[in-house]
Design a protein around this ligand. Structure first.
Ligand code: HAM
Length: 417
């Protein structure tokens, strides 16, 4: 065997790549219709960025980062981004937008890297389509994000479950945290080894434990500890979702694996992708801009796991191989100029066109055109060029007619309408 890809990394080929780009196109379209603008940020950042935002005790930072020393600057440790939010916040502050024009809405698309244990739907390199909104502390904005995801869900024709919760803010979260801490200490002997660690570092994560589900069912839940402003904020989110017909459930045990969240947090799950079922996740992070050295500006956003959403789409919808509308069979190198010119005319009209090489005989070329499942084959040989014509073969109906060479693109366009 030659050189193979790394564990947890994947090649996405052909139809699978088509499905991934269907998801990406649909997400981009929805974001642009909601007046988001694209932001492109680096894949490598200083490690401190993630330590200070995602959270030093989060699994992502503690166990899953690809981090290494930079050879040029011996002092610097850099990391491949495990998520997009910290980089977008850094870029926003670095551009001075937090002070000059704090209200911004961005979307981004790109690869993220986490050294997780690979399994179905969980990769070490995966793409996120994310959106981040700054300068909008209002609940309506959280609701808009969920409405956007619902629009995308409808556009893709998927069934997804929306789970939402409120994690409180800096005034009520400490009360909840200490209630959980007390509960955890009282129930220590019933908790798994990982939860012992979580208890000391980040007790909220107890609620996330997949092992102790039955035990933590009796743990305090966030909603009983929310302060009035947080309660009100959450009520507005719920009202807006109901009014917009977005179906959701409140999951009072939903906490997030990243530390920056305040108030609204959500996950959108698919029943079609196995145990790694969260296809979209996000929430509000009002303290993050300030924590990274910027002004006190609210933030909220989400990220779609592109490959996971593609898996959900693939599991629920029939896959159609993409076929060209037209295949041009150039019968001789001497006619390549004309064949290429017809090809360009067709493509300028938005007609998907493949051109097959003149190195093979007509029979072989026709077999290839059939295999490609093209609708029409255009046969262009020296005789056709001499007469200014082209043979148009309808591969579905197995009929053939002649058309003028300089009008053939128009002729095909009319047939395909
Ligand atoms: P996250 O929950 O860590 O949140 O990731 C968001 C989504 O990325 C997940 O729901 C999942 O679909 C996908 N994902 C995560 N890890 C993997 C993996 N190893 N393989 C495949 N897909 C994966 C964030 O990253 C936040 N930055 C989201 C956010 C944006 N919150 C506010 N703004």
């Amino acid at each position: 065997m030659g050189i193979t890809r790394l564990r947890g990394f994947q090649d996405i080929i052909g139809l699978d790549a088509d499905i991934v780009s269907t998801v990406e196109h649909a997400a981009r379209r929805v974001a642009e219709l909601h007046n988001f603008r694209e932001i492109r940020i680096p894949a490598l950042e200083r490690i401190e960025l993630y330590q200070r935002s995602s959270g030093e005790t989060s699994d992502v930072v503690e166990k899953q980062m690809y981090a290494f020393g930079d050879r040029d600057e011996a002092e610097t440790v850099i990391a491949l981004r495990p998520e997009g939010t910290p980089g977008v916040v850094r870029a926003y502050i670095e551009a001075g937008l937090d002070r000059s024009e704090p209200e911004q809405r961005f979307y981004y698309l790109g690869p993220m890297f986490r050294r997780e244990r690979p399994q179905k739907g969980r990769f070490r390199q995966f793409n996120q389509f994310g959106v981040e909104v700054f300068g909008r502390p209002d609940a309506a904005c959280d609701a808009e994000l969920l409405i956007m995801i619902d629009e995308l869900r409808r556009e893709l024709g998927l069934e997804l479950e929306f789970q939402i919760n409120s994690l409180g803010d800096s005034s009520c979260r400490p009360g909840f945290r200490s209630a959980l801490l007390n509960w955890g200490r009282e129930n220590l002997n019933r908790l798994c080894r990982d939860c012992h660690e979580r208890l000391e570092k980040n007790p909220l994560r107890l609620l996330d434990c997949k092992v102790d589900v039955a035990v933590t069912a009796s743990a305090p839940n966030t909603r009983d500890y929310l302060c009035d402003p947080c309660r009100k904020h959450f009520a507005i989110v719920e009202q807006a979702l109901t009014a917009s017909g977005v179906r959701y459930i409140v999951n009072p045990r939903l906490v997030r694996g990243l530390d920056y969240y305040t108030r609204t947090a959500f996950e959108v799950v698919s029943g079609a992708v196995g145990s790694q079922s969260a296809v979209v996740a996000g929430g509000r992070y009002d303290g993050l801009v300030e924590a990274l050295g910027g002004a006190s500006v609210a933030g909220t956003g989400f990220a779609i796991g592109v490959e996971r959403l593609a898996l959900a789409l693939n599991a629920t919808q029939s896959r159609a191989e993409r076929a060209p509308d037209v295949v041009i069979l150039a019968m001789d190198n001497a006619v390549l100029a004309q064949a290429n010119s017809v090809g360009s005319d067709l493509r300028l009209r938005g007609i998907r066109t493949d051109l097959l090489s003149p190195e093979r005989g007509l029979k072989a070329l026709m077999r290839r055109a059939d295999k490609l499942k093209a609708r029409y084959a255009l046969i262009i040989g020296p005789d056709e060029v001499a007469h200014g014509t082209v043979q148009v073969r309808d591969l579905k109906q197995s009929s053939q007619q002649e058309a003028p060479l300089h009008e053939v693109a128009e002729h095909i366009a009319a047939k395909l309408e």
